[in-house]
Design a protein around this ligand. Structure first.
Ligand SMILES: NC(=O)c1ccc[n+]([C@@H]2O[C@H](COP(=O)([O-])OP(=O)(O)OC[C@H]3O[C@@H](n4cnc5c(N)ncnc54)[C@H](OP(=O)(O)O)[C@@H]3O)[C@@H](O)[C@H]2O)c1
Length: 365
């Protein structure tokens, strides 16, 4: 049986692909920068190599004696030295070169839906550059472009759920950027894994690009509502436009501004600014409003206000909940027709609604 290198095999999607390959009897090699991750692959008969694929010598080592590469390495958020350019472009370049030097012809590449020339986000721009490297490589390549991927272990549902659970959100208010109107077509992780595994030996998929999308289209707001319902967080969503909240906040401000101004006058060293007083009273007001209504409060935040807030958060917080690049992607629709992949690879698409209870169960364990 052929030996397959799965770069990114330790990640969320990679683990499902590795599992399916092992079940089919393939020999699988998994590289990782973190030797500790070897433990989670003990049950599977695969070879684990510790190292960093941004070093060409390690990429060469990984590609020696293999028959195909499934290249999944990618990051959604840049952190320190781990930039999009390094992880998406440089590592793809290394993998292509190492494949060629080792005579490996088959190369399956993980891209992302929305990847295109002149994309707004740098995530998509660098994914596009990586795709171009693959397309121009003269290898027997296949490229997959999934929309957001869901399943047990996914980061997408986990983040939304944790946020709605308000463990870290004492205010119980949730901004929906531009009303959470942008559309998504989430695809089940097992379907993504099947697409890779079935395309692997199939020459009709050579030099093809397949968008991978699920059977349902949701807005981000609809997804949040589904999570709330499914998790029995029985709160009615109050969709108050941001500017209405601002007006209500301003009315409330008049109740706070005078005592606080008096306090400022009393304390000479107090450096409170007007905007801080306003923000404080406004947040307090939202909290009171929410408490009175006994419901989670989702409000529409215009993107021209969200961007400066996210910019400040990126400067102040090490792992901010949102980055400008992710925000740019959140504002775009992420839907496509995946009928070609479905028919060629015989995929039976699984619905988000069906798997959501299992994902939430796994999160509350
Ligand atoms: N999840 C989604 O919804 C989604 C949607 C569309 C496209 N994608 C794409 O699918 C791929 C996999 O996504 P995922 O959600 O499974 O990601 P993930 O769970 O974050 O896993 C990322 C993988 O990339 C590897 N990696 C990251 N930086 C690396 C580096 N500098 N050197 C070597 N390996 C590195 C990690 O390996 P180690 O940490 O073990 O070294 C890990 O195996 C990515 O390319 C992503 O852009 C994901």
């Amino acid at each position: 049986m052929a030996t397959i290198l799965v770069s990114g095999g330790t990640g969320f999607i990679g683990k499902y692909i590795v599992q399916q390959l092992c079940q089919l009897g393939y020999r699988v090699r998994v590289p990782s920068r973190n030797p500790q991750k070897k433990r989670s692959f003990c049950d599977l008969s695969c070879e684990f190599l510790a190292g960093d694929l941004s070093e060409l010598s390690f990429a060469r080592k990984c590609c020696s004696g293999i028959d195909a590469v499934i290249h999944l390495v990618g990051i959604l958020v840049e952190q320190g030295q781990e930039t999009y350019k390094k992880v998406h472009v440089q590592i793809t370049k290394n993998m292509i070169q190492a494949s060629k030097e080792n005579g490996v012809r088959r190369f399956l590449h993980m891209s992302s839906l929305g990847t295109r020339p002149q994309a707004k986000s740098r995530y998509h721009q660098t994914k596009w550059t990586a795709e171009e490297l693959v397309r121009n490589s003269e290898l027997d390549w296949t490229i997959f472009q999934p929309s957001v991927v869901f399943g047990i272990g996914d980061d997408f549902t986990k983040r939304l759920y944790k946020m709605l659970l308000f463990q870290n959100n004492p205010l119980l208010i949730f901004p929906l950027i531009e009303g959470g109107k942008s559309k998504l077509q989430p695809i089940f992780v097992e379907n993504v894994a099947e697409a890779f595994v079935r395309a692997l030996p199939n020459p009709s998929t050579f030099h093809k690009i397949y968008p991978l999308t699920g059977p349902e289209i949701f807005s981000l707001k609809e997804i949040m509502m589904l999570i709330l319902e499914q998790a029995h967080l029985a709160y009615k969503i109050e969709d108050i436009p941001f500017y209405t909240l601002m007006r209500m906040g301003l009315i409330l401000l008049s109740f706070f501004i005078y005592p606080l101004a008096a306090l400022k006058a009393l304390s000479q060293n107090w450096k409170g600014e007007l905007w801080a007083i306003y923000l404080f009273s406004w947040l307090l007001f939202l909290q009171l409003l929410q408490k009175n209504m006994k419901k989670r409060l989702l409000f529409s935040l215009p993107s021209n206000i969200a961007f400066p807030l996210v910019r400040v958060a990126e400067k102040l917080i090490k792992n901010p909940p949102l980055t400008q690049d992710v925000l740019l992607m959140m504002l775009e629709d992420n839907v496509a027709d995946s009928s070609e992949a479905v028919s060629t690879l015989n995929l039976k698409l699984v619905s988000f609604k069906r798997v959501l209870p299992d994902i939430l169960d796994s999160l509350s364990l």
